[in-house]
Design a protein around this ligand. Sequence first.
Ligand code: T3D
Length: 261
Amino acid sequence: MGYQFIRFDVDQGVGCITLNRPDVLNSVHTPMADELRGALERIATDPAIRAVLLTGAGRAFCAGQDLDEVKPGNAAVDFATHVRRVYNPLVQAIRALDKPVVCAVNGVAAGAGANLALACDIVLAAEEAAFIQAFAKIGLVPDTAGSFVLPRLIGTARATALMMLGEKLPAKQAVEIGLIYRAYPAAALAEEAMKLAAHLATQPTYGLGLTKRLLQASATNTLDAQLELEAEYQGLAGHSADYSEGVAAFLEKRPPTFSGK
Ligand code: T3D
């Protein structure tokens, strides 16, 4: 499939997706969202791709919904339908992917753009980047799972203030409060993010996929249910080729070669 609004390539087992509408800060219109979903579907079914890297072209990561597409008075746009059609499936696709997804937030991430980044598994950012829950500034409410993810990552007090005030949260502060994992100088971000994604692609990705499911289940499970799920998934991981290889490599004092199986 050819892409017009994203770039997609595979390098070192990593499916690299770049949002590519830099003139409008990679804001999301429906065709771009469709391409992004298509790339995620392709990644899900390609066993040669074992990790994902999502970033943006130009000076921004993503400025959220393309506001030109949803101008007030545009009778064709019903936001409830639009959110269900465009944003919910993107979050669901990223969360359902049994492969680690790294996000490199190269510049400002606003509205749905911020929450798209936060739907990923490991979020890195340029020190110059910022996260903005921009919805309140234009009379909308958080979407793209922001109201689910933010309170769980940084607590209700901070999530509420960020969502009600729509203030810019600089990347370094986002690291300090636990919203994202690490920030790097802009010039180093792309290399660090690729290094991380390529490393993950060589790891026991079957187990990492199960770990991702466990973490997601913990958001709603009771302790007993979570303990049971851990036992179940440990049973699965214990039968994996990667477990055999990991233990053999340890005993033979050599680096492991994991297959993701
Ligand atoms: O169903 C639904 O659609 C509802 C769902 C909504 C989900 C959402 O994401 S709501 C939130 C939408 N996003 C925003 O409100 C953010 C809007 N953008 C901004 O506030 C600012 O652009 C930024 C703070 C992100 C960056 O500011 P700055 O000063 O660095 O850049 P700029 O000059 O504002 O933007 C540069 C260009 O990008 C500019 O175009 P121009 O003047 O050069 O022709 C600007 O219009 C364009 N742009 C930026 N954001 C958007 C956009 N164009 C369309 N949609 C955008 N979201």
